[in-house]
Design a protein around this ligand. Sequence first.
Ligand code: FES
Length: 137
Amino acid sequence: MGRAGRRPRRRRVQPAHPPPGVRPRMNALVKDPTVWTDVGAVTDIPARGARRVPTPDGDIAVFRTGDGRIFALKDACPHKGGPLSQGIVHGHAVACPLHNWSIDLATGEPLGADRGKGCAPVARVRVEGGRVLVGRV
Ligand code: FES
């Protein structure tokens, strides 16, 4: 039988939804709902310092540590709401300017004797091309 007599190959069609019991795979079509806002250059934040960034959800404190890492917390101490952006950065923590609680920059939780007494919400932040981006969902 020649080529002309063959039946055309059936193309496999992917179902729009996976069968019941099968988890859908994550792929590039799944979008991250985070809205990222450029808040300035990394070099605008002094080493071991911070900048206050106003957002519709309240002020965010963006910190730059001595080793160049960037963190972001809501700019309110879990103790009595002191402005963390005006605190002193040491290691990966900031000392609140009002009563000197030490707050972990990665978790927003107080360190030492004040551990477990509240938490400053952590803000999403990333660095891309030397720019600091703060995320909102
Ligand atoms: S308000 Fe920050 S330690 Fe009291």
